[in-house]
Ligand binder design. Structure first.
Ligand code: GDP
Length: 197
């Protein structure tokens, strides 16, 4: 499914402008700088055309892309940016929270976690919310090339352990490097199963 042409079709700043949910949807969430744009680029190999900036101060929107009439990929604004003003920060977070807890057709949230840094309080907040709304989510460790394989494995185990009692988490923890391409095919395979055929 990732071979299909990637097409941007909607951006929303408020929930009332979310497009109607007509396709199975996979959303990508995580703190700013976690490597979300790079991963979307690696997965689709076509992100360059549609990439939007995550720089603080610029308008933050939820962006919807489709792969033919098979799958919708949703780019959620990165949260927890240290330099953003509090009110801007809050509105991003509210939008992300509202999206993940109410969106119809949302089949999976990929929660991207920096392998070196691990899960942050805002990640756990999002996890709690997805548990409450029974939204299936999956942890994707990013930038695995920055640490030794043993440390990637340790991080995965640590996170798995911390989510042991959670019900909506899809196992196992996935691990990727957009830089080397490690794990990208594997993730494509897992996510491809959600597409409509
Ligand atoms: P976003 O803010 O989550 O969209 O993050 P970006 O994809 O823009 O990446 C943030 C920074 O991390 C950029 O400087 C990327 O070049 C770098 N980066 C992204 N993915 C990887 C990776 O797999 N390995 C390494 N070493 N760096 C990465």
């Amino acid at each position: 499914v990732f071979r299909n042409k990637l097409e941007f079709f909607a951006a929303a700043k408020i929930s009332s402008s979310f497009p109607p949910p007509t396709l199975p949807e996979i959303a990508f969430a995580g703190v700013s700088n976690v490597g979300k744009s790079s991963l979307l680029n690696a997965l689709t190999r076509q992100w360059g055309v549609v990439r939007t900036s995550d720089k603080p101060g610029l308008t933050q929107t939820i962006n919807f892309f489709r792969l033919a009439s098979k799958l919708c990929l949703v780019d959620l604004p990165g949260y927890g940016f240290a330099y953003a003003k509090d009110e801007v920060k809050d509105s991003w977070q509210e939008l992300v929270k509202e999206y993940v807890s109410t969106r119809v057709g949302l089949e999976r949230v990929c929660l991207l976690v920096h392998t070196k840094r691990g899960m942050k309080p805002l990640d756990y907040e999002l996890v709690d919310l997805m548990e409450r709304s029974k939204t299936p989510y999956q942890i994707v460790l990013t930038k695995t090339d920055l640490v030794f394989p043993i440390d990637v494995a340790r991080r995965a185990v640590e996170i798995q352990e911390s989510l042991k009692k959670n019900k909506s988490v899809i196992k196992p923890v996935m691990m990727v490097s957009s830089k080397t391409g490690a794990g990208v095919r594997n993730l494509r395979g897992v996510l491809g199963k959600i597409a409509r055929f």
